[in-house]
Design a protein around this ligand. Structure first.
Ligand code: SF4
Length: 499
């Protein structure tokens, strides 16, 4: 879909307009220059004085009808140039979205909001002293978000505050993310640092050596500076792809090096791939009092698992779930994905039926996203996925099903190139929410990333300003440089906490 836009000179509009048009069309190309072959011609008339006013007219090459929209809002005085541009851009994007909605008959439930953390926006408005009604009204006006999504955001914010009542006061503590970059095989949609583990024992040994070092040094710094840990999350990759003995030594290191481990609110280990779960490994988790794990089916249709490169069976997922239960894993999370190749309403309905038999404490429902680096995106034609209407239907099924079974949504995030421009939602039985997931979404405290591909997010305890620092993704670079990365993090932490 070629779109020619006239009437806007500032090149800074181009990228945001492109992002909005991508929400409507598979492959779109927005340009300020005409090549006479465009499918849509968009004409803006923009005036900025006491009011910011935008008129827009859309004319399709093969139709006579001209679609029109207009919008004005008061021009706030005394803003910086950057803030002023933001205001104008918001008006421009809203009319652009409205006219495309009219032309395509597609309603974008998230309006012009393309950011990944919508609930953070609502938290901020409420914290600034706005009533719920005022905050909701603003979300509707400023971003054109629909009422059902605003309600979803409010439900999530309420659940988060019930699960972590001191959410806004945790900036003096930290959470820890530990990345183990190995998996049995690589899934087709994956962009995480995940290396097939077979035949790599040498690399695993050196990696674990570096990780133990990082844990010791960061733990020492936290102890010396009296900084508590709120949550610890082992992710990756698949943290259960290493051996039971290696897991045992890692948790022993955690207990020895980290401050006050007994009072950490939550420790999670992603046992994501059922093919890595064994009774011995579960025994190790039990030994170290870790009872929150993830066992991820993604789908209960065997052909799908094969198509996406997950070399385990549906039966294995179910069997390992029961084994985990027998071995006292009391808080099991399961991930499902809507829109996997060749899956539609029938397959998803089967997935929900199977989930009904297990009823894990929490369930994260992802919508497939085409991330640039994944095998799936690079060979997009090979994978047939459902259209936006069917995706939306499956999302509604998930909402209904979770409600009927007593789950409540408690975190939410969006991604670029997500099918149907929808979202990923974490559901849990009340009281079983993952605190780590809330912390990572709402960005209320620093999360220190240790291990391969682990990214640290430093949230300034007073200003809330966020800076990031990433460990290398591949084990070789990590093994070569882990001391340096540890030192850098300690420098940043020392600065951040002013110690
Ligand atoms: S199990 Fe997870 S981390 Fe490993 S390859 Fe699959 S999606 Fe990636």
């Amino acid at each position: 879909m070629k779109i020619y836009v006239q009437g806007l000179e500032d090149e800074r509009f181009l990228r945001p307009l492109q992002l909005i048009s991508d929400l409507f069309f598979e492959e779109s190309d927005v340009s300020f220059t005409s090549n006479q072959e465009e499918d849509l011609q968009i004409t803006f008339t923009l005036t900025v004085n006491e009011q910011i006013s935008a008129h827009i007219a859309l004319k399709a090459r093969d139709h006579d009808k001209v679609y029109k929209e207009e919008l004005s809002k008061p021009n706030l005085v005394g803003l910086s140039e950057k803030e002023q541009f933001k205001q104008v851009k918001n008006v421009v994007l809203r009319v652009f979205l409205s006219v495309l909605q009219e032309y395509t008959n597609i309603v974008q439930k998230w309006g012009v909001l393309t950011g990944i953390r919508p609930t953070k926006l609502l938290h901020m408005k409420l914290q600034a002293g706005k009533t719920k009604e005022e905050a909701h009204q603003e979300l509707k006006e400023q971003y054109l978000i629909t009422d059902d999504k605003i309600q979803l955001m409010q439900d999530i914010v309420d659940r988060q505050l019930a699960a972590v009542p001191d959410l806004h006061e945790l900036s003096g503590e930290v959470s820890i993310y530990i990345g183990i970059p190995f998996c049995p095989t690589k899934c087709a949609y994956c962009t995480f640092p995940a290396y097939a583990i077979n035949g790599r024992q040498g690399s695993v040994n050196s990696f674990l050596g570096g990780l133990h070092y990082e844990m010791r040094e960061i733990g020492k710094w936290l102890k010396e500076n009296n900084i508590k840990i709120t949550t610890v999350y082992y992710g990756g990759g698949t943290p259960t792809s290493i051996t039971a003995e290696e897991m045992d030594m890692l948790y022993e290191e955690m207990y020895e090096s980290f401050p006050d481990v007994k009072n950490i609110r939550e420790i999670t280990v992603e046992a994501g791939r059922p093919d890595t779960i064994t009774a011995d490994k579960l025994k190790v988790l039990q030994k170290w009092n870790i009872d929150r794990i993830s066992v991820n089916p993604q789908s209960y249709t065997q052909e799908t698992l094969k198509a996406i490169g997950r070399h385990h069976t549906v039966e294995e997922t179910i069997e390992k779930f029961h084994l985990s239960r027998e071995m006292n894993m009391n808080n099991i999370n399961m991930d499902l994905i809507i829109g996997l190749p060749n899956e539609g309403v029938t397959e998803f309905s089967h997935t929900l039926k199977e989930s009904q038999k297990l009823l894990p404490e929490s369930l994260t429902v992802h919508t497939l996203s085409f991330k640039r680096a994944s095998e799936m995106t690079q060979n997009k034609r090979k994978y047939k996925v459902a259209d936006r209407y069917e995706i939306s239907q499956m999302m509604d099924m998930a909402t209904e099903w979770t409600k009927e079974n007593g789950y409540k949504p408690y975190y939410l995030y969006r991604q670029k190139n997500i099918l149907g421009n929808l979202e990923n939602v974490g559901y849990a039985f009340p009281g079983q929410e993952s605190i780590y997931n809330i912390m990572i979404m709402e960005e209320k405290q620093t999360i220190i990333g240790l291990g391969c591909g682990a990214s640290s997010k430093f949230v300034h305890p007073k200003t809330g300003v966020i800076t990031r620092f990433a460990n290398p993704k591949d084990p070789k670079s990590y093994n070569d440089g882990f001391k340096h990365y540890t030192e850098e993090k300690i420098k940043i932490l020392t600065d951040l906490f002013n110690v």
